[in-house]
Design a binder for this molecule. Structure first.
Ligand SMILES: Cc1cc2nc3c(=O)[nH]c(=O)nc-3n(C[C@H](O)[C@H](O)[C@H](O)COP(=O)(O)OP(=O)(O)OC[C@H]3O[C@@H](n4cnc5c(N)ncnc54)[C@H](O)[C@@H]3O)c2cc1C
Length: 461
């Protein structure tokens, strides 16, 4: 697909809602973006050419940030007469990461508009990137923006940054981005932030964003250059079974097995919706023949999930991105395990239980699987069959609207989990919608489960 032409009035954003205000003309905005004050000839510093050392403003420094922050801090302290604590010196990295976090919090409410504007700028700067996106750019552009901001907000924590780079780079590669495109990505991001950053956006903030991007993009660019394996594997649909109007099970045989761990998810692109990558979690532990099983629920208004449930067919060729995800058992822990899954969130939980069943030393594990109606519990029979075979596994089904049988618990998942025991000494894995995860995690935290015992991958960004 060729690049979208720039109209006279501004960048064309295909898929933009007609009711939404159009972005301002590109030329007017792009020129200043290129002129962002930066320590190099281009706004972003390539790997090995990190920004020149610079003393970041300290909390006590007389810059605009400090001037804004200082009065509120002293008011909060009640203008005490106690001696002022010595100002802590903030490193340039910490300053940049903090400014990114603060400004991002301000713009989150406008993230869709920001993503559209970002995409329009990106397509102007690097027209070849247009072909990587579907007609409606908002959702993938939003994901891409977030995948850049996340490492930028951790440039002050090298370990965390290193941990983030690998999965993010895998997603960037699956999208089709190459190392040389980080620079236009950064220019587009800062340009979009300049437009949507509001009153808090000033020269110092822009400088902090440029610095944070330089620090985060360096390792990502290097990782993309160093990647030895293909970013994407093709696979063929070998089975499509519709369980209800909104649920289907799809089997895909990849041309070569996709390396992944039980509990991880893959990004997939299906022929019914080209360039709309979505995350799906295999419902089985990795198999020697590489076969993948996905349980898909059609969400209301969902572009990909509805097409998948209704129209996926044997013989379809899918593209499978790399595996990612935090859901998994900590090999260093010997604690008992609690897994809580809602709806298709049961898929990675089944994969994890299958994986444990193959191990010589499975840990005692309790699974709560919940849904509104019995049909939502697509993996219940297989979990119950595993529990019959293995004494280390106990499975409880929870149905909010319609109890399945006498073994089904009433109420919501968090209610049933809390009634079910004391989980404060367990490792906890949560899988399903963000709402379910938030509710269950909050309930468990209040009930004494330490935060660092809980891991999850919400089924939405
Ligand atoms: C780590 C991870 C693992 C996932 N695993 C699975 C899986 O195994 N099976 C599966 O069916 N889905 C899974 N998902 C969700 C899946 O990736 C898609 O987000 C979902 O199918 C909706 O895509 P869509 O294109 O149909 O909806 P979109 O067109 O992207 O969105 C349409 C509307 O639906 C809302 N929406 C988006 N996602 C959801 C959701 N999950 N629940 C409710 N509303 C939503 C959007 O806010 C929007 O209003 C997973 C998501 C993540 C992040």
């Amino acid at each position: 697909m060729s690049a979208e032409p720039l109209s006279g009035g501004g960048p064309v954003v295909p898929g933009r809602d007609p009711g939404r205000p159009a972005p301002r003309p590109a030329a007017r905005r792009l020129t200043p973006v290129r002129a962002v004050p930066a320590p190099a000839t281009t706004p972003f510093v390539r790997p090995g050419r990190h920004a020149a050392p610079e003393t970041a403003p300290t909390d006590a420094a007389p810059d605009a940030d400090a001037a804004r922050d200082a009065p509120s801090a002293s008011h909060a302290a009640g203008a005490s007469l106690a001696p002022e604590p010595a100002p802590t010196r903030e490193t340039p990295e910490a300053h940049a990461a903090r400014r990114v976090r603060e400004t991002w919090d301000e713009v989150e409410a406008h993230v869709d508009e920001l993503a559209d504007w970002f995409a329009a700028l990106l397509f102007s700067l690097a027209p070849e990137t247009r072909a990587l996106f579907p007609t409606r750019v908002t959702e993938p552009a939003r994901r891409l923006v977030r995948s850049l901001v996340l490492p930028m907000s951790t440039v002050d924590r090298p370990d965390e940054l290193r941990r983030l780079v690998e999965p993010l780079v895998r997603e960037h590669r699956a999208l089709g981005l190459h190392a040389g495109q980080y620079e236009p990505l950064g220019v587009a991001l800062v340009g979009a932030m300049r437009r949507y950053g509001g009153q808090a956006w000033d020269e110092a903030t822009e400088h902090a964003w440029v610095r944070a991007f330089s620090l985060a993009a360096g390792p990502m660019e290097q990782a993309v250059r160093a990647a030895a394996t293909p970013a994407v594997t093709a696979g063929t649909v070998v089975g499509h079974r519709r369980l209800s109007w909104d649920l289907a099970v799809v089997h895909v045989r990849p041309d070569v097995p996709v390396p992944h761990r039980a509990g991880q998810y893959l990004t997939v692109e299906v022929p019914q919706r080209p360039r709309m990558w979505r995350a799906l979690s295999p419902a089985t532990a990795p198999r020697p023949d590489g076969l993948l099983e996905f349980h898909v629920r059609a969400v209301e208004g969902g572009w990909v999930s509805r097409a998948l449930v209704a129209h996926a067919a044997t013989g379809d060729r899918w593209r499978l991105g790399p595996a990612s995800g935090r859901l998994g058992l900590d090999p260093g822990s010997s604690r008992e395990v609690l897994m809580v899954a809602g709806g298709t969130g049961g898929a990675p939980v089944l994969a994890l239980c299958e994986d444990m069943a193959r191990r010589p030393d499975p840990r005692p594990c309790t699974v709560f699987l919940g849904g509104r109606v019995p049909e939502d519990l697509t993996v219940l029979d297989r979990l119950r069959a595993l529990a019959e075979e293995h004494s280390w596994l106990a499975v409880a089904a929870v149905c909010e609207d319609d109890p399945l049988d006498e073994r089904t618990l009433p109420g919501t998942l968090p209610e049933a989990v809390l009634r079910g025991g004391d989980w404060s000494g367990h490792d906890v894995l949560l899988s399903g919608s963000p709402t379910m995860i938030r509710a269950t995690a909050s309930a468990l935290l209040v009930d004494g489960v330490p935060l660092d015992h809980i891991s999850y991958d919400p089924f939405a960004d």
